[in-house]
Design a protein around this ligand. Structure first.
Ligand code: FAD
Length: 359
């Protein structure tokens, strides 16, 4: 094999998060695959996923216990219409420790003999002579799993004001691990725990709280300090991330498929980002195998419509008088849903060449 042949791959996956890792693993089963990623500190929070996602992870030999999951949650404690919380039935969900999920997937990638990993500080990728290129490596197909940054995205479609999610995490102790959620004057707050860890998040238009004490004060002022009941110590690990819906304004060109948040950054409120992103990754491998050109775009459009529709219903039906930001967000979601319906009718009348993003 020549040096040029050694540097040529069927698929290049770019991104350093969960979805890139899953896409790299799934693609390496069927294609010569290079995964371009950069070293980053992993997300330390706990996130809620539909129970069915655990089955998909079993495909890689990842057992729920490895992710800090010993039980499924079928109820939530919610204070949405008023500051008084009530327990409601919910679809079975697992609370996954994101740090452990990243470690488990990275260990599987390290053991996958057909996967070439290119860890690069500056992982620049460009389109050159009909191929994607990262350093000396080339591939005809690029799977973009770079999260909200998305390669070749043009502008982003997103609300005029963005939600900011500030998440504090630490040891759970004896605190109840189920999902608790409350509306706030400036947005909403939630908590949830895995086997050992707990996360408390504040999602708002306002400035992010700098310390756990500041978060406590804000919850106290809103009359919802019960959200921190049973949490015995300060949660010292803090992460701030964008938390509202967003997606690239430009269609993906042939040879480029976007996955996970790079295709559609889901709203944190929906607890859907991980499961839909992972299903994008499995779907992308099927698409590549069947030689279709870029049907993921049509599917993403449909997913956006469904997702925005569900969110607007949720926001419309659940806003109480104090949560004006949620109501404003609801109107934005409604207008995007209408725009996407229009884009959907246009998409059905164009051929399937990845030109279906009308938004
Ligand atoms: C506050 C909050 C709470 C949430 N809660 C939940 C929840 O409970 N359940 C759920 O399912 N989802 C939840 N989500 C959403 C979920 O976290 C995301 O959907 C998911 O992490 C998306 O993964 P990703 O791999 O697509 O993107 P990311 O996690 O953003 O990963 C992309 C990575 O690629 C890196 N990158 C960018 N450019 C390049 C490049 N050129 N080369 C290499 N790497 C690059 C980025 O730095 C980043 O690390 C939540 C989100 C927020 C903000």
């Amino acid at each position: 094999m020549t040096a040029v042949e050694r540097s040529a791959f069927e698929v290049m996956v770019v991104g350093s998060g969960t979805i890139a890792n899953v896409a790299a693993l799934v693609c390496a089963r069927s294609f010569s695959t290079v995964w371009v990623s950069r070293p980053e500190s992993p997300n330390s929070g706990v996130e809620s996923v539909p129970a069915a996602l655990l089955t998909a992870l079993l495909e890689f030999g990842i057992h729920p216990v490895e992710l800090g999951v010993h039980a499924l949650h079928t109820t939530r404690r919610v204070a949405w219409q008023s500051p008084v919380a009530s327990v409601r039935a919910a679809r079975a969900a697992a609370h996954v420790d994101r740090g452990r999920l990243s470690a488990a997937l990275a260990a599987r990638a390290a053991r996958e003999p057909r996967l070439v990993r290119l860890p690069a500080r500056e992982s620049k990728v460009d389109w050159w002579h009909g191929q994607w290129r990262a350093g000396d490596l080339r591939a005809r197909l690029l799977l973009d799993a770079t999260g909200r940054r998305a390669l070749e995205k043009g502008a982003l479609v997103e609300p005029p004001k963005r939600w900011l999610g500030t998440v504090f995490s630490g040891k759970r102790g004896r605190a109840d691990p189920s999902l608790w959620l409350t509306a706030l004057p400036e947005g909403y707050a939630y908590r949830l725990g895995s086997d050992e860890r707990i996360s408390v998040g504040l999602v708002s238009f306002d400035a992010a709280p700098r310390t756990f004490d500041e978060l406590q004060e804000r919850l106290l002022r809103a009359g919802v300090s019960w959200l921190l009941d049973q949490i015995e110590s300060d949660l010292g690990e803090r992460q701030v991330r964008l938390a509202s819906v967003a997606w690239p304004a430009t269609a993906a060109r042939p040879g480029l498929l976007r996955l996970g948040d790079a295709a559609l950054a889901r709203d944190a409120l929906a607890s859907q980002g991980l499961s839909l992103g992972i299903s994008d990754a499995f779907h992308a491998a099927r698409v590549v195998r069947s030689g279709q050109r870029s049907p993921l775009d049509a599917r993403q459009l449909e997913a956006k419509q469904r997702h925005l529709g569900t969110l607007s219903e949720l926001v419309d039906s659940s806003c109480h008088a104090a949560s004006e930001p949620l109501a404003a967000y609801g109107s934005w979601l409604d207008s995007m849903t209408t725009a996407l319906h229009a884009a959907g009718s246009r998409a059905s009348s164009v051929s399937n060449h990845g030109e279906s993003h009308g938004e």
